[in-house]
Design a binder for this molecule. Structure first.
Ligand code: C2O
Ligand code: CU
Length: 497
């Protein structure tokens, strides 16, 4: 990859984002009150359960080496990325977690509408798993899709704990010749990982320091002296970006064979990094997002926020050695993440990139959901409940807030079982927020039929609306998936009763 190409890419890629923010179709749909003609949450249909599939995860502090030198990370089974759990739709998934960490932990099954007790949020309703304790999670693996698992305690996700979870469809899966799972992650490569970082992002430093803290306290009307230990950390400056726990320099390349149809399951497990992915020499065709199928859409750049997943397909018709590289919001140069090499290609030279002049990307407004078997019929019903949520923070305050309050002070969204619920987001802050709802899929207003579990709400007055059927009883977390925003309060509870 030559530098010019990288710069060009960044220019185009960031232009794409700016455009998204300016002419968001979500915004338009929101203002005109257009309603999506999509199906309701798929979680209303109870699946037929299959055989029991058992897995064991041991969480511990262990040495890892991403290719940049050894350090102590928090890991599952000693690996920089937890082992892939792969089951078939309808299987009973039974995962035993052994906690050898110094702190309590949990596992959250991101995106899967599990029963509330299996959702892995401390005290909602089960207590976390104490050091030395063992706990067995069990639920029906359903519906099919690309998911992932991670703790829901403190900064553990950024200390290394995360892994992929794939639920294959019962009916014949897509006709792929090859399939790869790519877990994207950001790392602070010192003992203890993310929270141990000595360098923090300048953009939010104002909010993290003493000054920001005092102003924040003032703004929130507290009169006590700021307690520096209670100030949430701001995002670290990361040392390494990895795919499946390996930096590109030491990772073995992904192999492509001429004419193969290849499926990539992309998972953004990073704590605080949005990637604008580009596979040199190859457009990518999106087939699913957050596990749900969409009308196939070809893109040149794929933006993926924290917690989001995209399944993409590519046809291997361009022999060579190609970089998977990415624009990263905090960096002025694209980063190489992985290498794709054709099996029959003898070249050791990077094949560069022919970046198209106009880049297609995955603006949500271009994603159209496909109906799924077992989904309830289309609903155009007006929502029973509406909530307007203003997301803010990041300028003068160490807190990231929803309607001016930081968790646990945020207001619960209390709804009745079966109600159709709308949430309207307005982002008053200078950063985008990948908002994630537990226990349910939601529909994205303005994107026909599109269902997701994590949605980027654009920075600087970005608007978005979601609707979901509250069909999973319990207390469900709803939060920004930037871990540093979550920990600084951008979280509330959806109580389905
Ligand atoms: Cu992926 Cu509440 O989390
Ligand atoms: Cu956020």
């Amino acid at each position: 990859m030559n530098l010019l190409t990288r710069r060009e890419f960044l220019k185009y890629a960031s232009g794409a984002v700016a455009l998204t923010a300016l002419s968001s179709p979500l915004l338009t749909a929101c203002q005109t009150g257009a309603s999506s003609k999509s199906a309701s949450s798929v979680s209303t249909v109870s699946p037929v359960s299959g055989p029991v599939r058992e897995f064991k995860l041991t969480a511990a502090v262990t040495p890892v080496n991403l290719g940049t030198g050894e350090f102590q990370a928090w890991t599952y089974n000693g690996l920089p990325v937890g082992p892939e759990i792969r089951v078939t739709e309808g299987d009973i998934l039974r995962v035993t977690l052994i906690n050898n960490l110094p702190d309590p932990t949990t596992i959250h099954w991101h995106g899967i509408p599990v029963p509330n007790a299996m959702d892995g949020v401390p005290n909602m309703p089960l207590p976390p798993i104490q050091p030395g304790e063992v706990f067995t999670y069990e639920f029906v693996a359903w519906p099919s899709g690309t998911y992932w698992y991670h703790p829901h305690v403190g900064y553990q996700l950024d200390q290394g704990l995360a892994g992929p979870l794939i639920i294959e469809p019962k009916q014949a899966p897509g006709a792929y010749d090859r399939e790869y799972t790519l877990v994207l992650d950001d790392w602070v490569t010192v003992d203890g990982g993310g929270p141990a970082a000595t360098e923090r992002r300048p953009s939010t430093m104002m909010g993290g320091g003493m000054m920001g803290d005092m102003m924040g306290q003032g703004m929130r009307g507290h009169d006590q002296q700021p307690d520096i230990n209670s100030v949430p950390l701001s995002e670290p400056i990361y040392h390494a970006f990895t795919v499946n726990g390996q930096a590109v320099a030491t990772a073995s390349p992904f192999i492509l064979k001429q004419r193969d149809r290849v499926r990539l399951r992309l998972i953004n497990a990073a704590a605080a990094t949005t990637f604008g992915l580009r596979l040199a020499g190859h457009p990518l065709t999106i087939t699913h997002t957050d596990g749900r199928p969409i009308e196939p859409l070809a893109v040149d750049v794929l933006w993926i926020g924290m917690g989001e997943r995209y399944d993409v397909e590519l046809t291997a018709t361009n022999p060579g050695r190609w970089a998977l590289y990415a624009a990263v919001d905090t960096l002025s140069e694209a980063v190489d993440l992985a290498t794709f090499v054709y099996a029959d290609s003898k070249t050791t030279q990077d094949s560069g990139d022919n970046l198209p002049q106009s880049l297609r990307w995955n603006d949500y407004g271009r994603l159209i959901g496909l109906p799924e078997e077992g989904s309830p019929s289309l609903s155009s019903a007006e929502p029973n409940r509406k909530f307007d949520l203003v997301l803010s923070g990041g300028m003068m305050s160490p807190a990231w807030t929803i309607n001016g309050k930081a968790f646990p002070e945020t207001d619960d969204l209390v709804v009745s079982l079966g109600q159709r619920v709308r949430i309207n987001y307005l982002n008053h802050s200078p950063m985008p927020h990948p908002m994630h709802l537990h226990g349910h899929f939601f529909e994205v207003m303005g994107s026909p039929g599109l269902r997701k579990d994590t949605l980027m709400v654009e920075a600087h007055m970005g608007q978005a609306s979601i609707e979901f059927r509250a069909d999973n009883p319990g207390e469900w977390m709803h939060h920004c998936h930037n871990l540093y925003h979550l920990e600084a309060g951008m979280m509330n509870v959806v109580r389905v009763e």
